[in-house]
Design a protein around this ligand. Structure first.
Ligand code: CMP
Length: 148
């Protein structure tokens, strides 16, 4: 296992539900450490840039509207196998298909099929994506890794 960093976004639906703390507790209880954090209300342009890989997908407009609709909490999480561990904690992209115990199951399982974009959290899906996504939101000096 490797010590990794991954980017997490607690999305506008979770901020609206006032469950930032609960979600952060789940990260910490699983062994992840929050090494950078900021709240932001992202502009349409910033969201379009962040999710540019999805720009030709049918859900892109809906996703951009949603992610720019209210504040988000953006974090860098650090830990052993952090990328995979965070994705396990999040559960399936579609909350109606997420396993019990995952964040998306716990907080969005009652979403309708057309609310798939409202899935509580985002997490990087590979080491390459994590590096790109972390540098999209954070300067090096804003990240405070564990002192060994
Ligand atoms: P996220 O992990 O942030 O990565 C891309 C996002 O696009 C995803 O979570 C969902 O919010 C959204 N998304 C992915 N697939 C669909 C879909 N089929 N319909 C609506 N939204 C989607």
């Amino acid at each position: 296992m490797a010590l990794e960093k991954t980017l997490s976004i607690i999305k506008p639906d979770a901020v609206q539900k006032n469950i930032i703390g609960e979600i952060c507790s789940k990260f910490e209880q699983a062994g992840l450490r929050i090494v950078a954090a900021k709240m932001a209300h992202l502009s349409v342009q910033k969201v379009q840039e962040f999710y540019a890989v999805h720009k030709d997908r049918h859900f892109f407009g809906q996703l951009v509207n949603f992610m720019s609709s209210g504040p988000v909490m953006i974090q860098v999480l650090e830990g052993e196998d952090a990328i995979k561990l965070n994705r396990e904690l999040m559960g399936a992209t579609n909350p109606t298909k997420a396993e019990p115990g995952t964040l998306r199951y716990s907080f969005a399982r009652d979403n309708t099929e057309d609310e798939m974009h409202k899935n509580i959290v985002h997490g990087s899906d590979s080491p390459e994506t994590a590096a790109t996504e972390i540098s999209f939101f954070f300067q090096t000096e804003e990240i405070c890794p564990r002192n060994n």
